[in-house]
Design a binder for this molecule. Structure first.
Ligand code: ADP
Ligand code: MG
Length: 223
C-alpha cells in the first residue's frame, strides 16, 4: 500500500509545548538517576531493595526516552541551522547506527551521492533519520535483514529512501503511525514518527511510505 501521509495542526501545538517541558524535566531525571545508581552500589541493602532500585531506574530510563523524543519535536533552533549537503548528515547517522544494527543482525547497505545544499536544523534532521533507522532495524530484529538507505537528487529535490525487510505494516497500521503514543513495541514511546512527520513538514518536504505485512517497509523523503 502506498499512502501519502498527512500532517495535522496537532504537530504544531506539540512542538511548542515539548521544548519547554522537556528541558525542565531532564535535569531532575538525571539527578535522580545518579543517586539511585549510587544507592544501588550500597552493600547494606538486600536483594528485594535492589529490585526496587532496578525497577525505579528502569522507569526513569523510560521517562528519559520519552523526554528525548519530545525534545526532538521542538522547534528548529537558530544555533543548529546549517547550510549543507544532506549526504553528510545521512553518512553521520549511518556511522552512529552501525552498532545498533549489528546488535540486531541487521546489515546496512547505502548508496550515497552528493546532493544539493539545503538549509536545515542539523539536530532535527539527525534525530529524524535516527528515528527512521531505529524503526527499520527494530522491524527486523526477529530475523535480521538489510536496511538499504539511499540519497540522491534530481537537480531540484533531494530524495532519501530508507528500506527495510522487516515485519511491515497493514494499511491501517500505516495510517495510525505518527499518532502520538501509537506504538506496537513493548518499550516504545510512539513519538518517533510524530517527530519525523513534524520535521519533514517544517522543511516543506513530503514523506511517502510503501509497506507490506511480512515483506517490509520503504520510506521515501522528498525535500
Ligand atoms: P516506537 O518506535 O516508539 O514504537 P514510532 O513513532 O517510532 O514509535 O513508531 C510507531 C509505530 O509505527 C511502531 O511501534 C511500529 O508499529 C510502526 N512502525 C514504524 N516504522 C516501522 C517500520 N519500519 N516497520 C514496521 N513498523 C513500523
Ligand atoms: Mg521508533
Amino acid at each position: 500500500t502506498r499512502e501519502r501521509l498527512f500532517l495535522s495542526e496537532r504537530l504544531h501545538v506539540m512542538s511548542e509545548l515539548s521544548a519547554s517541558v522537556s528541558h525542565e524535566i531532564r535535569n531532575p531525571l538525571t539527578v535522580t538517576n545518579g543517586f539511585l545508581q549510587l544507592l544501588n552500589r550500597s552493600t547494606n541493602i538486600d536483594e528485594k531493595e535492589k529490585g526496587y532500585i532496578d525497577l525505579s531506574l528502569q522507569e526513569l530510563n523510560r521517562a528519559e526516552r520519552i523526554v528525548s523524543d519530545f525534545l526532538s519535536l521542538a522547534k528548529p533552533q537558530a544555533e543548529n541551522m546549517v547550510s549543507s549537503d544532506l549526504k553528510t548528515e545521512v553518512e553521520y547517522v549511518n556511522n552512529i547506527m552501525v552498532a545498533y544494527s549489528n546488535l540486531h543482525q541487521v546489515s546496512l547497505d547505502f548508496h550515497f551521492s552528493n546532493t544539493l545544499t539545503k538549509k536545515f536544523d542539523q539536530n532535527q534532521i539527525q534525530q529524524c533519520l535516527i528515528n527512521l533507522y531505529k524503526n527499520g532495524i527494530e522491524a527486523m530484529k526477529e530475523h535480521g535483514g538489510t536496511l538499504t538507505v539511499g540519497i540522491s537528487d534530481d537537480g531540484k529535490h533531494i530524495v532519501i529512501t530508507i528500506k527495510d525487510t522487516g515485519v511491515g505494516m497493514s494499511k491501517e497500521e500505516v495510517l495510525r503511525m505518527g499518532n502520538p503514543y501509537y506504538s506496537t513495541k513493548e518499550a516504545g514511546t510512539g513519538l518517533g514518527m510524530l517527530m519525523v512527520f513534524s520535521t519533514i513538514d517544517k522543511m516543506g518536504g513530503k514523506i511517502d511510505v510503501d509497506s507490506e505485512k511480512g515483506v517490509g517497509t520503504t520510506f521515501r523523503i522528498t525535500l
